[in-house]
Every structure is written in structure tokens, then in C-alpha cells.
Design a protein around this ligand. Sequence first.
Ligand code: GLC
Length: 743
Amino acid sequence: MTTNVNKALLLAALASVAAGAMAQDGDVARRVEDLMRRMTLEEKVGQLHQLSGRQMTGPGSEKFADKLADIRAGRVGSMLNVKGVAETREIQALALQSRLKIPLLFSLDVIHGYRTVFPVPLGEAASWDLDAIRESARVAAREAAASGIHWTFAPMVDIGRDPRWGRVMEGAGEDTYLGSQIAVARVQGFQGPKLGALDRVMATAKHFAGYGAAIAGRDYNAVDMSEQQLHEVYLPPFKAAADAGVATFMNAFNTLNGVPATASAVLQRDILKGQWGYRGFVVSDWASIKELVEHGHAADLSEAARQAIEAGSDMDMEGYAYSRHLAALVAGGKVKQSVLDDAVRRVLTKKFEMGLFDDPYRFSDAARERAVLADPSHARIARDVARKSLVLLKNEGQALPFAKDVGSLAVIGPLADARRDLEGGWIVQSDPQRVVSILDGIRGQVAPGMRLVVAKGCDVACTDTSGFAEAVAAAGRADAVLLVVGESWDMSGEAKSRADLGLPGRQAALFDALAATGKPVVVVILAGRPLVFNGVADRAAAILYAWFPGAQGGNAVADVLFGDYNPSGKLPMTFPRSVGQVPISYQQYRTGRPVVNAANVVYRSAYIDSPNTPRYAFGHGLSYTTFAYSDLVLSEPVMGQGDKVEVSFTLANTGRRAGEEVAQLYIRDRVSSIVRPLMELKGFRKLKLEPGERRTVRFVIDRDTLAFTDGKLRRVAEPGEFDLMIGSASDAIRLRGTLTLRD
Ligand code: GLC
């Protein structure tokens, strides 16, 4: 490990010096070195100590009064969960009483909005609209920065292929290419072109790495995978974020192949700071350094501190490992001074880049806070993003959109008038008064004469079915029936793993009771993850998946239900038929015994009790119009390693109303040294077409498009034939071609 550390440190230092001479502002580097020379050992350690504010203390947290004393003494480098101009000013003033007056970094989980709550990240990912996703992050950053926040712990870029894991809600789904594109958009939205602007914040790529592959989908559980899979599937979104200039990384709670990520020099030194030349800093997850003892990887907190700092964990979030042991470890020669200095240098560099030494209060301006948080444009942007996040899974007989003058509409279900649930998890401050419920949204849409009949049926847990009769009666009295079901906001997110992915309680039975009336039932489902709802999928007239659509969710859902917005969302995660299929993704392998037709599944890679196919495929999403794909053209059928080939086709809106389509490009490498999945997403275009409009869509394929991580962890594109597939979903390929890569 020591050799690795020294080598990696040398690499990092070289990379830092080399890159620093160009990229880093020379003035910042000089000012950092000048300050470092004046700092004591204790003051240096203090910069690596992050504490939580008053409203959040975990097990083992110090009392808040003790924390304030540490801040005053210069023993704290950053605070999380302190927000608002007033409180950040108050706490920053304490830090400026310390000997060297080093300002604090204020950080917060601004995951999908600060004051204006946007759809949960998985919902935003379903928009496949990078501009919308970037705009959402920009608004969140603008509101947070106006409220004294310097740094958000987002985007979460963990690939998730297991909906049992509740944190899929916070990510961008199952696909590496889509996840990488979204990671970049979110970093750009949060940070803007250069750190230090007063309407932007530092971002964090988290959780490094492999967190989404927890065994059994159980949060915090061990992760075990080949290095090839790690490099092929899970690392690229982090690399994309690093290349986009993300200011910080956060490590992960899980072990990866037996080593806690927090103590993994392979991840944090060799890959991140070595091979990738990353010059930001790594913050631990909450007490993940202290948890090295719980993992059984460190005998005590002092050993945990040594392991973590040497592995490249620069800042200790609420772990008290560095504050209690790092100075002694350095003084005793167990941790090299250069290891400590590298971490401190990284943290101080960000504080200089954020302009905090020039003006520690520059982000804490009360007038700007009031003005920005009252900006009415943010709600309009949130409504637009929410509309784009909604996925129309089914729409039989044009059940949707509802006519606005339909005589009467029954609005039924535990989430029909919900507000808190629409916000989802990981919000800064719930404000139900600012949330538009689905019922509110409908009321704002319908013609004056239309009668709404409302019946809850049951609560979200839906163990008490005594309300079913009233709901059935309401359906019986109405011309159209809408049911709103799904998860409550706190059924997804951190520490919310589920072994059963069904609709909670007896919600499916409520649907059955309504369907038994014989009337078409339109269903809206709220959730932070893919759920299993086969009965609804079989018998509903239409299904709109709304995730947790944020404060404007009610308006967005109503816009789609009544046709003011033509749904354009596509699934960023595969929806299984049963929990027995997970982990599941569209990236299936042919195997040596592929199922080639349903008639012959004996001695094939198949279940005896279920099809292999999912309920709804990655990339699936319907529209109120139709699109046709035609005229696939390759500029060349054969390409060399250094060539580029243009793939073009015609997309036409063949329906009667405008709509947006997400055209997806997949490839398959037919023969390769590491067997490739049957499909790999390598491009997509979301474009709006008017009725009858035809557009030529182009993709460029180069060597990198065709490359994969081989058995020696090299990115290679091996000669041979590749299938090209273009379509509106991973299970709706409309055009096929073949491209040959020669030596
Ligand atoms: C949590 C999460 C992490 C979050 C951090 C601070 O446990 O794992 O994503 O940023 O602690 O709240």
C-alpha cells in the first residue's frame, strides 16, 4: 500500500504541478503555499475536519456548542447543514476569529433544488433532456449560492440497475452513456464555466465508487465486481464529471471487492488522483472514515484516520478521525507530512477559487437571498422540467389526453391530493404550501362545468380498505376515472431498500376494484424507483409514471393528462416484471444458450416461470403523436481505427400534433475478447417535430464509440462487425445497419 501511495502521490503531485502550471491560477497556487507555510500542524488538520450544523447530528456527533468552539479555534474546515445568509454569516464570523482567519466552506445536499423543488434526479433523467437537467441544476445553484451555500453534495452519478436499492431515486439510472452525459450536464449547471461566480456552487461527484451495485440491493452492503465491470460500467460517469471539472468527489460507504471505498488507494490515489490527474478534493461520506472500524478494516479510529488519509480521503465528514488522531499520526511519523499537505492544499485551493479569502461573506448577502428566492421564473422552469420527466408507459384507445370538457372526472387514490410526497426525498426544506398537488393541477385545467369526484380509497400504506367502496362509487358516478397511487416520498432514497417492489399495501386491489366497474382507468404512479405493478399494467387504460415530480408536479401531470404537454419522457431504468429479475438492465448478454424464440426455452438461459423480458424496457416512453424512422445511411460501411463514420436517418412526425422524440443509437460488438452486451447505448437525440415534419438526424461513430474495457483494463476497439440499431426504445428498434471496423 505504501508503495502505491508514494507512487500515486508522486503521480498526483506531478500531475498537479504539470496541470497546475497551466490550468490552476498561478496566483492561487502562490497564495496557498504562502498560507501553508504559516499554518501549524493542528491548523492544517483543522482544514480536513467537516462538521454538521445544528439540525443534523449523527450518532457520536459533538454537541453543537463544542463545535462552535472548534470553529473559533480554527479546528474546522467546513460545515454542512448550515444554510441561509443569517446562519452562514454567524458561523463564518466565528471562523474569522481564528488565528489565520481561514474561512469555512458551507456545504449542503442540494440534490434537486434548494427552495424550488425539482423532480427527483431519476425523474429528471427520464427527460433525456440535457438542457433541462442543466437548467435545473443552475436554478438550484442560484438559490443555494444566494443562501450562503458554497458547495452541494451532488450530482450522485452512481449507476443503478437494482430498484431494490432506494438510492436509484438520486441518480440517473442504469446506463453508463446516459449517466455520463447527465453527470456532465449537472456539473455544468451547478458550477457554471468557472468556480467563484455568485450564482453557482461547487459540485460533488458521488459516491466513489460502485455504491449502486450493493449486494441484494441493500443499502450500505458490500459490493463485489470485476475490475472490468467497474471500469466499463461504474467509473465512466465519475470520469466524465472529473473531466467536466467537478470541484470535489465524495467517497462511498460500501466496500469494493473487500476494501472500503474510503480506504481504497486504488480508487482515490491510483485511479482518481493518479491516472485521471484529479486536482479537486475528496470528502468522505458521513462518518465513512470512522466506519472503517465497523467494517473491520481498521482496528481503531487512529488506524482508520491513517488508512483514509493515505488512501486519498482528504476531508472527514463528521467522523472525528482526523480531528482526534491525524496530528499525532503526522507528528509520530506514521503519516507523511506530504500526505497531509496534499490534502490541505486541495481544500485551500477550492476556498481561494471560490473567492472566500477575498471576501468570506461574499455568498451571504441578505438582499440577494430575498430577491433570488422570490424569483417567479424558477417555478416555471420547475414545471417545464417536471413535464419533460413524465413517462407515458401505456395509452390504450387514446385514453389520454382527457378532454377538458369531459363531463365528470373521478380523482381517486392516496396520492391524488398529496403535497409532501411530490417533493420526494433529499430536499432542503419541505414547504407543502408551495407544492401543487395533482388534484390542484387538475382543478387548474378543467373546464368550469366539469365535475370532479374525489375519493382517497386508502392511505399510501393502504392496509385499510374500508374506503374502497366510496372510491368505487365515485368511479361509478364519473365519465372518466383517474387513480393516483405509488410510494410515499420516504419509501425511496437513502436507507430505503425494498425487498418487494409492488405497489404499497392493497393499492393494487384498489385498482382492481375500480377496473371491475368496467370503466377505463387511467393511472398515475409516483415513486422514486421502478415498481412492479403487473395487474395495473395489464388492465389500465393508460399509465403515466411521474416519479416524484417536485413542487410543480401537480401542474406538470395535469398538463400531460389534459394534453397541454405531449409527454416525451423515456425510462432511464428497466422496469422488471418481478423482483426476481433484478438486478436487471437492457444490457443483456447473449450467453451460450440464448433464448431465440419463446417456443424453445428448454436448456436455455431463461426462467421457467417468467419471460426474460422486462415489463417496460429501458428507453421506453410513449407520445400523443407517432414517429417514423427511415432512410438509414452510413457514410462508409467500413472504418479504420482513426476514422469517423456518419450515421444518418430521417425522423418524421406522422401524427397530428407536435411532439418530442428521443431517438436512440445502440451498438453491438458481435465478437470481442470480452463478450459485449447485446446492446449498448452510444447516442441519443431529443428533438421536437411539428406534425408532418421530417428531420435528418445524424450521429458520428468513431473508435471510442466502439471501444470497451478489455481484460487488461485498456480501452480497445477490436476489428470486426458491429450491429447499429436506432429506435425509440431499447425494445423498439426501427432501423438496423452494420459497420465493419478494420485494423
Ligand atoms: C449521506 C449520504 C450522502 C450525503 C451525506 C451528507 O449519508 O450518503 O449522499 O451527501 O450523507 O448528507
